[in-house]
Design a protein around this ligand. Structure first.
Ligand code: DOR
Ligand code: ZN
Length: 378
C-alpha cells in the first residue's frame, strides 16, 4: 500500500526561478520624438503600463498644447493591442508662466521637470536660478502638479561627483521649506546623501532610482578603457553610494520607486570624442532591476518598488494585470535600429539572468488571475 505523498517544499534559500508582479510603471523615461520614438517606445510599452515622459526635446515641451501634441504622437506609436499610457510633463524655464501650469494641469499633464540650465542633455533652456520659477512652483503646488527634479548643481567649481550632494543643501532644502505642500520627486538619485535626504524628508518627497545606478559603480566607466554606454548623468558614483541605493530599495520604503531614465542616443553620438549622457535600458529594464534586487537579496521588495510606490505617490490607481519574469539566461542584441541609426543597449551582446515572459504565455503564469498575491517561485 502506498501513502499519498505531498511533494517536499523547496527551501526558501533556493534561487527564485520565476517572479510574477503587478504590471509596473516607469516613472522616468526619455523616448525622444519622430522615428527614434517609434523605434524605442515599443520596448517600454511591452514591459510597463505607464511612463512619465521627460520633456527635454529640442525644442523642449514648454506648453500644454505641445505636451498634448506630443502625447498624441506617442499614443499613435504604441503597437496595436498593447495597453500603454504616457504621462506627460512640462519643461520648466525661467519664463514659464503660471497660467501655462494651469492649462497644463487642466489638460492632464501630471508634472513639470526642473533641469538646472546646462546640467544634462537638452537642458540649455532650463532654469538658471530656482527663484525664477517660484511663481510657477506656487501654481504647481495649487494645481497638484508634481515637481520632478534633476538634482545636480551646475557650478563648475563643484566636482562632478559632488554635484548631487551639494544640490541638496543649496537648492532642495530651501525649496522644500518654501513649498511644503508640493510633491517633489528627486529623480535618478545616485548618492548616499540623496537616499538619506529622501528617507527623512517627509511624505511629499520621493525618489526614482535607475537600474544602472543599482547595478554599477563608477568603475564600470573605465573597465578596459572608456565605456561610453555607461556614461549618464548624474554620473555613476563610488561603491558606497551604490550600496546606499540598494539599502534604500531593500528597506521597502515607499519613498523609492522605479524610474529607468532610459535615454537613447544614436551609437555614433555615444562613441564619439564628446559622448552624450544617457544609458539605453528600455530593452531589458525589468530584467536589469530583477538582477539588482536578487543580488541584494531583496526580490520580495521588487513588486512594491516597481508597481505600487510610484502610483501611490502620484495619486494614480495601481495597475491591474501582471508581468512574469523567468530565470532564463538570454543574450541581448548588441544593437537595435533607431530609425536610420544603430542604438546600443546597456549590456548589449551580454547574457542577462532574467527574461520577461512573452504576453501570450502570461495566462499560465503562477498568480496571473485577478486577486493574486505577488509570487516568487523557487
Ligand atoms: O543620462 C542622462 N540622459 N541624464 C539626463 O538627465 C538626461 C538624459 C537624456 O536625455 O539623454
Ligand atoms: Zn532623465
Amino acid at each position: 500500500m502506498t501513502t499519498p505523498q505531498t511533494p517536499p517544499k523547496p527551501p526558501a534559500d533556493l534561487p527564485a526561478s520565476t517572479l510574477t508582479i503587478a504590471r509596473p510603471d516607469d516613472w522616468h523615461l526619455h523616448v525622444r520624438d519622430g522615428a527614434a520614438m517609434a523605434a524605442v517606445l515599443p520596448y517600454t510599452a511591452r514591459q510597463f503600463s505607464r511612463a512619465i515622459i521627460m520633456p527635454n526635446l529640442r525644442p523642449p515641451v514648454t506648453s500644454a498644447a505641445q505636451a498634448m501634441a506630443y502625447r498624441d504622437r506617442i499614443v499613435a506609436a504604441v503597437p496595436a493591442g498593447v495597453d500603454f499610457t504616457p504621462l506627460m510633463t512640462l519643461y520648466l524655464t525661467d519664463k514659464l508662466a503660471p497660467d501655462e501650469i494651469q492649462r497644463a494641469a487642466a489638460a492632464g499633464v501630471v508634472a513639470a521637470k526642473l533641469y538646472p540650465a546646462g546640467a544634462t542633455t537638452n537642458s540649455d533652456a532650463g532654469v538658471t536660478d530656482v527663484r525664477n520659477i517660484y511663481p510657477a512652483l506656487e501654481a504647481m503646488q495649487r494645481a497638484g502638479l508634481k515637481l520632478l527634479v534633476h538634482g545636480e548643481v551646475t557650478d563648475p567649481a563643484v566636482d562632478i561627483f559632488d554635484r548631487e550632494a551639494v544640490f541638496i543643501e543649496r537648492v532642495m532644502q530651501p525649496l522644500r521649506a518654501d513649498f511644503p505642500e508640493l510633491k517633489v520627486v528627486f529623480e535618478h538619485i545616485t548618492t548616499r546623501e540623496a537616499a538619506q535626504y529622501v528617507a527623512s524628508a517627509g511624505a511629499h518627497t520621493a525618489a526614482t532610482i535607475t537600474a544602472h545606478h543599482l547595478l554599477y559603480n563608477r568603475n564600470a566607466l573605465f573597465i578596459g578603457g572608456m565605456r561610453p554606454h555607461y556614461y549618464c548623468l548624474p554620473v555613476l558614483k563610488r561603491e558606497l553610494h551604490r550600496q546606499a541605493l540598494l539599502a534604500a530599495v531593500a528597506s521597502g520604503s515607499d519613498r523609492f520607486f522605479l524610474g529607468t531614465d532610459s535615454a537613447p542616443h544614436a551609437a555614433q553620438l555615444k562613441e564619439a570624442s564628446v559622448c552624450g549622457a544617457g544609458c539605453f535600458t528600455a530593452l531589458s529594464a525589468l530584467e536589469l532591476y530583477a538582477e539588482a534586487f536578487e543580488a541584494a537579496g531583496a526580490l520580495d521588495k521588487f513588486e512594491a518598488f516597481a508597481s505600487h510606490h510610484g502610483a501611490d505617490f502620484y495619486g494614480l490607481p495601481r495597475n491591474s494585470g501582471t508581468v512574469t519574469l523567468d530565470k532564463q539566461p538570454y543574450t541581448l542584441p548588441d544593437s537595435v535600429a533607431m530609425g536610420e541609426a544603430p542604438l546600443k543597449p546597456l549590456r548589449g551582446g551580454e547574457t542577462l539572468a532574467w527574461r520577461q515572459r512573452a504576453a501570450a504565455d502570461l495566462a499560465s503564469a503562477p498568480g496571473a488571475q485577478a486577486g493574486r498575491k505577488p509570487s516568487i517561485d523557487r
